[in-house]
Design a binder for this molecule. Structure first.
Ligand SMILES: C[S@@+](CC[C@H](N)C(=O)[O-])C[C@H]1O[C@@H](n2cnc3c(N)ncnc32)[C@H](O)[C@@H]1O
Length: 204
């Protein structure tokens, strides 16, 4: 209840919050079920909000794994920083598109997983492509980009661009949340293009 109030308050002043409630726990478990936690993992989380996924990831990760959370809303960052201290977690008040600089600052090379809750439907084409291209570069070979979104997604919001960058993309609906979610699972593998340029003459 208190979390819904926090989301509502921030949603009014920051459209990129894009939700009036955190993701339901059952949906978080379903999405995190796509991650293999059995070894040391470097996981990057885009748009953790108040930490619905962050807590689940920390609970499942091995002791030597690392989680880097990148959140653009400063109020949410402050809430995350007040949460349980965990040396495996680093929080950055920044935009997901700056992930490569953030990895460098953390002295980390490439991520095993990037899990993203940011609302691609609200982003400009330029920002969207920057986020997808840098996510691709930030992942190791065999790494996965997991993006959960509100189930109502036109292909041009995310799917088409994701397929241009990663090619190997699967979508699954998750009904354990309201509204339901769609999760895109994009694999970085040999033969992916890894870049998606703005079409010539695109107005930004
Ligand atoms: C729909 S909420 C999801 C929050 C949380 N992960 C959850 O599932 O409950 C989207 C979150 O993405 C953050 N966000 C939006 N655009 C972002 C960006 N470009 N980089 C980092 N975070 C972003 C918002 O501030 C918000 O916290």
């Amino acid at each position: 209840m208190i979390e819904t109030f926090i989301y509502l308050k921030n949603f009014i002043t920051d459209k990129y919050v894009a939700s009036i409630t955190p993701t339901f726990r059952s949906a978080v478990e379903k999405v995190c079920g796509k991650i293999d936690f059995n070894d040391r993992r470097l996981i990057v989380e885009y748009g953790p909000g108040t930490g619905a996924f962050t807590v689940n990831l920390l609970n499942n990760m091995t002791g030597n794994s690392r989680l880097i959370a990148i959140e653009r809303n400063p109020n949410f960052c402050r809430i995350l920083e007040k949460g349980p201290l965990d040396p495996r977690l680093k929080i950055f008040n920044d935009c997901a598109g700056n992930v490569l600089d953030i990895l460098k600052a953390c002295e980390e090379a490439e991520a095993d997983y990037i899990i993203s809750g940011i609302p691609f439907s609200l982003l400009s084409l330029e920002t969207k492509l920057r986020i997808l291209n840098t996510a691709y570069s930030a992942l190791k070979e065999g790494g996965k980009f997991l993006a959960y979104q509100n189930f109502f997604q036109l292909p041009e919001f995310l799917k088409n661009h994701l397929e241009n960058v990663f090619q190997n993309v699967r979508a699954q609906y998750v009904f354990q949340s309201f509204p339901p979610l769609v999760v895109f699972e994009a694999l970085k593998s040999n033969g992916n293009s890894g870049t998606c340029r703005l079409p010539e003459g695109t107005a930004l």
